[in-house]
Design a protein around this ligand. Structure first.
Ligand SMILES: [Zn+2]
Ligand SMILES: [Zn+2]
Length: 116
């Protein structure tokens, strides 16, 4: 689903997950906690809860800053998706390590090939 760069397609993908994994969300204040959303009943099994929280969380990310915070690592051999929590929202790689690897590769290929 993270291949969908088109935001309408991203929405469809996340909506499909929501339909599959969640019930009508409800606000809970159990155990003296701040009000927060639950996406499945408390009686749900662990797998259902994980699916629901994942789908619910993705839907928030998708709606945050116009969906620009949900990205896919730019390194060609990496297929990880990430949520960009940086201040400027310009993240392009899943980790600093991927960014560095890519920078080294770009540097090498620039120096190994003669310029036309
Ligand atoms: Zn809770
Ligand atoms: Zn990566």
């Amino acid at each position: 689903m993270f291949d969908e760069s088109d935001s309408a397609e991203q929405c469809t993908a996340v909506n499909d997950l929501l339909v599959e994994a969640t019930i009508r969300p409800w606000v809970s204040t159990h155990d003296g906690l701040q009000p927060h959303l639950h996406f499945v009943p408390d009686s749900a099994d662990v797998l259902s809860r994980v699916k629901a929280v994942t789908a619910g969380g993705l839907s928030f990310v998708l709606c945050w800053e116009g969906g620009t915070r949900l990205g896919r690592c730019m390194r060609s051999q990496c297929f990880r998706a990430y949520v960009d929590t940086s201040r400027n929202g310009r993240r392009r790689y899943c980790t600093a390590r991927c960014g560095n690897t890519e920078a080294v590769m770009r540097h090498r290929s620039r120096h190994s090939r003669p310029k036309p």
